[in-house]
Design a binder for this molecule. Sequence first.
Ligand code: PLP
Length: 405
Amino acid sequence: MSLSQMARSIRESVTLKLNQTAALLREKGEPVIHLGGGEPKSKTPIDAIVSCTSVLNSGDIKYTPPDGIPALKKAIIRYTEEHYARAVRPENVVASCGAKQAIMAALIAILDPKDEVIFPSPYWVSYPEMVKLAGGVPVAVKAEDGSFSPTVKEIADAVGSYTKAIILNSPNNPSGVMYSREFIAGIVELCEKKNLWLIMDDTYNRLVFDGRAPINCYDFSTDDLEQSRLIVINCVSKMYAMTGFRIGWAVGNREVVQAMSTIQSQQTSGPATPSQWAAAGALNGIQNSIEALRLTLENNRNILMDRLGAFPGVRVTRPDGAFYSFPDFSNYQKDSQKLAEFLLDKVRVVTVPGREFGMEGHLRISFCGAIKEITEGVERIRWALDPTAPNEIYLGGRRLVRDWM
Ligand code: PLP
């Protein structure tokens, strides 16, 4: 079949694929533990449901402006004022089908063929594919010291004549690391000095632990908003556990926001109308669900760290936020794809291979699920890998004997 080069070069979202695999196995009655997911288990906030159902009940559900309904934009403007201390206008805001479309539209709006986009490694799986879809070239930068945070100099050294943009995501998917204020300030400064776009992916910005405050990238920007090449991305997906509604947004200068809106007008005609009302409801409603989620995640993180900390040979970095950890299992198996397949096959635990995030030897383990699943999942992994563990366990009522060590 004559599919395009583009279609043949783009890889499927590994995390969405794993969701399907886990669901299929569960349907067959397999005792699967899904530690590979990227969505909190909590329910949609009631204010989002009320707002959404009221528009559904009206039966008047029509196209909206491609950059979002005024009510949603107003709520986003208020959010930006409250959490970023930035007064923005409706022309600076575009609502999209999730943070994913906002990032994609931003990349299409700023990239010409062969333009390079730099991001630190480990990185969210979708960045390289999205950059390629927009005709650009992804450039991942690894920290020389093996940590999850390259230095500003390492990023600056990767900047060349084709570099057009940098993407930062903090707290980071998959490592859970929150970059330091100095690092973010340094990257903002670098972008302003070199006239680069900076896409700040703040998807997990509010979900931070140990008394940390979310970092506001505008604190370090000296440019006026209309001169600034800073594009800040947010969404309702994670902080309100509203992944299925598919609403995200970008805040940026008028010109880039207009371009993104035009792109969306041809792609999707903007996000689904009921979802926009739901997102406006969440943003305008009672905000206690975010703190409740944050506390749950922090507690889950602590429990996961206790378990992984007692796992011999596994190197763990304590996540500062989000709901992912990225332990290094290379003492057991250097090929993360093989390891993830082995764990799914033998003990029915879903993890995501580190290779997908640009780091071999690691697995991404999510802690957004139930504590029981997290602890049992780690126990199963340990049982599968640790030769000193007892030789048999019961899995979903079935006796399993280890015959691979
Ligand atoms: N950015 C990061 C870092 C993510 O981890 C995700 C989802 O996993 C997204 C963006 C996409 O968010 P949305 O579901 O709103 O498209």
